[in-house]
Design a protein around this ligand. Structure first.
Ligand code: ATP
Length: 740
């Protein structure tokens, strides 16, 4: 019996990360004993048939995960919209006996596929009647199975929190606005930046939050008054009066006023120029937003979705109704395709009907949260406290190793605290500085421009307070009459707050309200699935590994890349997945001589089959005895001269650089909620000590009472690590299958 055959294609606008999805679809399918055909140029290829439908092998999708666009091409096809076109497509598919499709595209492409599926029986009957397909072949394939993955830079699909390609596009938007900001502030200028998004404001809204822009116009939330221009001017003027040197207005290409009348970029420019008395420049970002290498997130999203697409096909669930694979609350999910498309269309319909509130609500929690965050920050102005209000005094510090996004969090925390009439002290140099009484009153402009800055402007230290430092910190708290403390950082930050919490009986000063905000590239903290900084670090790693891979094209070489993370394998596993590495070594699993020997055999096999590059990613503390040098020596010595081995220890570059858009957005959101929590807690004098985090997409606060129960103290990581289950996917995609 021949194996089941599936076809895979990319359709509609291209999106970065589609190649990762394609690779995962092909390799998972081969691993499960299926035959896979690539359909080139989307529906057009399906209609043309012939050379446009070709088998894909394990190696044919090697080395593509880092490439933008789609290697099998994408096109729009008018002909597929006709029944005649679809009849040809069905006949072509049956030439190869393909009766299952994985479609990677936007909602148009998914709708087309579902229509194709619903017509399948009729199309086959016609194909047989016209002699295009034999009765026997038609009888073997009575139904078509469809699984869709949403590839779209707009993030406009219901049923998934993120679409493949939108994180990469957000990187492009953020880089562009960062660059514009620096020139704008040099010349005291105002810029209007137009960002893609005909119906969906995801890119403009998130881009505005990530860059600290001053105003944003998105389709789902048009200004609520007709004199919105006045309001915008007022906000920009207030920013300038507070000392800002530049103003940035971000506008979605599909922005309208509340009557549904498009707001053009030029309209905004005219309003601004007429009233601000300074040069206003317009930048339309355009297709730059589509291009470039996919981010770590998009590579992994594509990979996880591609893998799940095949599992969905094999589960039989798609036999009943076409399915879309999505991600919700950090977990891969399946949603019936018709539901997903119907809801996406419903949002577009509501926008056209000017039912904006309902459209916005349907965009989901993360979008609505972001909208609230942006508006709160926008309103955050250095205004005087209200008469008679209780003015709280909050301290903010960063502790532990620097993590990209710390400054973003401090900026948001400082401004939101001041905006509520409270006083905020920046504590320099972490807990060391706290003990040295290095506290400074922060004002609104003291954090100006911090949103996109890497490192920590406040400075950090790894000190966990003990002995006399505890006295000194208690004294500093009393002297400055602090009511609350926001600590942004990693393991040492959490340990320090835990120490203060434990010492409360000895030091009554420590009974103030305390919140820890997770910020470490290691992502090894309890109470959260992801910490601020880890996404930037992953992108740093992925960028370097891409370069390493390019440098090795000429020789047969194996790289052992060592990444940070202490004893937490998150960075190693996720970067291994994103770079298509053969093997990932993490402390959680340990390293044994037996596994190393097995891996060596796989390497030798691979190089004997003609492979040119091997890539192993290793956590820095995966095993103390079998360290990176040992592994390299072992592989080199035992490799029989088939390949040479190089080590690459990435080191501190992983901690550096400007924070990624995701880290900035996460930092801003968590800072907003932490300040809210601290203020409420301090006003009621509850004196709680907790750490904020996000678990399955939901923000939660965990009490320090639970800290020791939640962590593996010896290995400095949480007892539960959600990402460990992704390990098997990396293995499945790295090892060559029996087929292909
Ligand atoms: P993007 O989000 O980038 O616009 P998309 O998949 O929505 O992607 P479309 O141009 O809408 O892009 O659709 C891509 C192709 O899918 C079309 O050219 C057409 O071949 C097919 N298609 C779209 N809608 C339908 C439909 N209703 N019936 C049949 N085929 C369709």
């Amino acid at each position: 019996m021949t194996a089941k055959r599936i076809g895979v294609f990319t359709s509609g606008g291209d999106a970065s990360g589609m190649n990762g999805a394609l690779r995962a679809v092909v390799r998972t399918a081969l691993d499960r004993g299926l035959d896979v055909f690539g359909i080139y140029e989307g529906y057009r290829g399906l209609i043309e048939g012939g050379e446009m439908i070709r088998p894909l092998t394990w190696d044919s999708v090697g080395g593509i995960i880092q490439r933008g666009g789609t290697i099998i091409g994408s096109a729009r096809s008018q002909e597929f919209r006709t029944r005649e076109g679809r009849l040809k497509a069905a006949a072509n598919m049956l030439t190869y006996e393909i009766d299952s499709l994985v479609v990677i595209g936007g909602d148009g492409s998914l709708t087309g596929a579902d229509l194709f599926r619903s017509e399948w029986a009729g199309l086959l009957a016609d194909a047989v009647a016209q002699g295009l397909v034999s009765e026997a072949v038609a009888a073997r394939h009575p139904k078509l199975t469809v699984v869709g993955l949403v590839g779209s830079i707009d993030n406009d699909a219901a049923g998934t929190d993120m679409t493949i390609g939108c994180d990469t596009a957000l990187h492009r938007v953020t880089e562009a606005i960062d660059a514009i900001s620096s020139t704008a502030s040099s010349h005291q200028r105002t810029f209007v930046v137009e960002v893609m998004g005909r119906h969906c404001g995801y890119l403009p809204l998130m881009g505005a939050i990530a860059t600290g822009a001053d105003w944003v116009l998105i389709p789902e939330a048009p200004p609520d008054t007709d004199d919105w221009g006045e309001k915008m001017l007022e906000t920009l003027r207030a920013g300038r009066n507070a000392g800002r040197r530049d103003s940035i207005v971000v506008i979605a290409e599909g922005a309208t006023d509340r009557h549904g009348k498009p707001i053009e970029t030029e309209d905004v420019k005219t309003i601004l120029e007429g009233h601000l008395g300074e040069a206003v420049r317009v930048t339309v970002l355009g297709h730059v937003q589509r291009g470039g290498a996919p981010t770590a997130f998009d590579r992994n999203l594509g990979t996880l979705m591609g893998h799940a697409a095949i599992e969905t096909l094999l589960s039989g669930e798609a036999d009943v109704a076409s399915q879309v694979v999505g991600i919700r609350g950090n977990r891969i999910v399946r949603v019936p395709l018709t539901e997903c498309v119907a809801q996406t269309r419903e949002i577009n319909r509501l926008l056209e009907a000017r039912e904006f509130d309902r459209a916005l609500a349907l965009r989901g929690t993360a979008f609505n949260d972001a909208w609230r965050t942006f508006n709160t920050l926008l309103k955050a102005l250095p205004r005087p406290p209200q008469a008679g209000q209780r003015r709280l005094r909050l301290g903010v510090l960063t502790a532990g190793a620097p993590a990209p996004g710390m400054n973003t969090a401090v900026r948001a925390a400082v401004r939101l605290t001041i905006d509520q009439g409270h006083i905020v002290y920046g504590i320099r140099g972490g807990f060391r500085g706290f003990a040295d009484d290095d506290l400074h009153d922060m004002d609104w402009m003291s954090v100006n421009g911090w949103a996109p800055m890497g490192g920590s402007e406040l400075g950090t230290s790894r000190d966990v307070p003990a002995g006399p430092d505890l006295y000194a910190i208690a004294r500093a708290i009393e002297q400055h009459a602090l009511d609350g403390l926001l600590v942004i950082g990693g393991w040492e930050a959490y340990q320090s707050v835990h120490r203060l919490w434990e010492e409360r009986r000895n030091f009554p000063a420590f009974n103030l309200s305390m919140v820890c905000l997770p910020a470490t590239i290691d992502n090894n903290l309890p109470g959260t699935e992801i910490s601020v900084g880890a996404d930037t670090a992953l992108n740093n790693i992925v960028d370097v590994v891409d370069k390493i891979k390019q440098s090795a094209v000429a020789e047969r070489r194996c790289y052992v890349v060592e990444v940070m993370g202490r004893r937490c394998g998150y960075l190693a596993l996720m970067s291994g997945l994103a770079t298509g590495s053969e093997r990932v070594y993490i402390h959680e699993e340990g390293v044994t001589l037996a596994t190393l020997q097995q891996d060596l055999r796989l390497l030798i096999d691979g190089f004997q089959r003609g492979k040119r590059l091997g890539l192993m990613v290793r956590n820095e503390n995966a095993n103390d005895v079998y360290d990176t040098r040992f592994m390299c020596a072992l592989f080199e010595e035992e490799g029989g001269g088939l390949f040479d081995v190089r080590q690459s220890i990435l080191g501190h570059l992983q901690q550096g650089g400007d924070p990624s858009p995701f880290d900035r957005i996460q930092a801003t959101k968590l800072a907003r909620l932490s300040v809210q929590h601290l203020v409420t807690d301090a006003l009621t004098e509850s004196g709680s000590a907790s750490f904020i985090g996000v678990v399955q997409g939901k923000v939660q606060f965990s009490a320090f009472e639970d800290f020791t129960r939640l962590v593996d103290l010896e290995n400095r990581r949480p007892r539960q690590q959600w990402w460990l289950e992704l390990r098997r996917i990396n293995d499945a995609l790295a090892r060559p299958a029996a087929k292909g």
